[in-house]
Ligand binder design. Structure first.
Ligand code: MN
Length: 243
């Protein structure tokens, strides 16, 4: 059987519930689901969890975890107050995602984090974030919140020569899309940055611990693989590690 890849979910919440169709929904973007299908995994959308027990039970069902993008991450999780430029964050979603990551680590199952998901892996490991790049990162020279659609790669990243989970990218430089105003500031424990943007931001990370299969991208490979097959290898690696 193909490995089952659990996909975390975002929330679509209406402020006033007028009809049944307005009730809040937990969902993952179809692009993640299609990428897992294409990588020969079985995509499986996960509900939010509110306790370690719920997370552990879900981890018994799945073989690997994909933590997707979305809202800003609560700065309280890395002991900062919210900067005036931070956008909406959802502590309940942070909590759910972190419980699932923790359960995956305990179950020794692989975790791929994309965009916010990568940032959350860093926070889980005790790292911190730039809450808003324009306000807080003096070296900002590149548009990281692109105005072009997500299937267009807009900036380059340069790979470190030594890397474990991204060997499918055989060139020294890759083209990526960029849809983030936050980024990793201080790297967490047992993590290694393996790709950087030209203005020095971390664009990919890996775990350095053998029994912990963490890896993540700041960009969105789920909307790029159709034009550049290298990006599908990110999901194929997750499916491979989940076997
Ligand atoms: Mn970027």
């Amino acid at each position: 059987m193909k490995p089952i890849i659990g996909i975390t979910t975002d929330v679509l919440e209406r402020t006033s519930v007028k009809t049944y169709g307005d009730l809040s929904k937990q969902y993952a973007e179809e692009a993640f689901i299609q990428a897992i299908w294409q990588a020969q995994g079985l995509p499986f959308q996960l509900p939010w969890v509110d306790s370690p027990e719920q997370a552990q039970e879900l981890l018994m069902v799945i073989d690997g975890l994909l933590v997707i993008g979305g809202h800003d991450i609560s700065p309280n999780l890395y002991e900062e107050e919210p900067h005036p430029a931070i956008t909406a964050f959802l502590p309940d979603r942070d909590r759910s995602d972190l419980l699932l990551i923790d359960a995956a680590v305990q179950a020794k199952k692989p975790v791929l984090g994309i965009c916010r998901g990568m940032q959350l892996l860093n926070v889980y490991q005790g790292g911190s974030l730039y809450q808003d790049l324009s306000a807080q990162y003096a070296g900002l020279k590149i548009q990281h919140q692109q105005n072009s659609p997500p299937h267009i790669a807009t900036h380059t990243i340069t790979w470190e020569t030594s890397r474990q989970y991204f060997k499918g990218f055989t060139q020294a430089v890759s083209q990526v899309n960029s849809v983030h105003h936050q980024a990793i500031k201080d790297l967490g424990r047992d993590l290694k940055a393996v790709a950087y943007s030209k203005d020095g931001l971390i664009e990919a990370i890996e775990s350095t611990q053998e029994d912990c299969n963490f890896f993540g991208t700041q960009w969105h490979p789920e909307t790029l693989w159709q034009k550049n097959g290298d990006h599908l290898k990110v999901f194929e690696e997750l499916v491979f590690l989940s076997r």
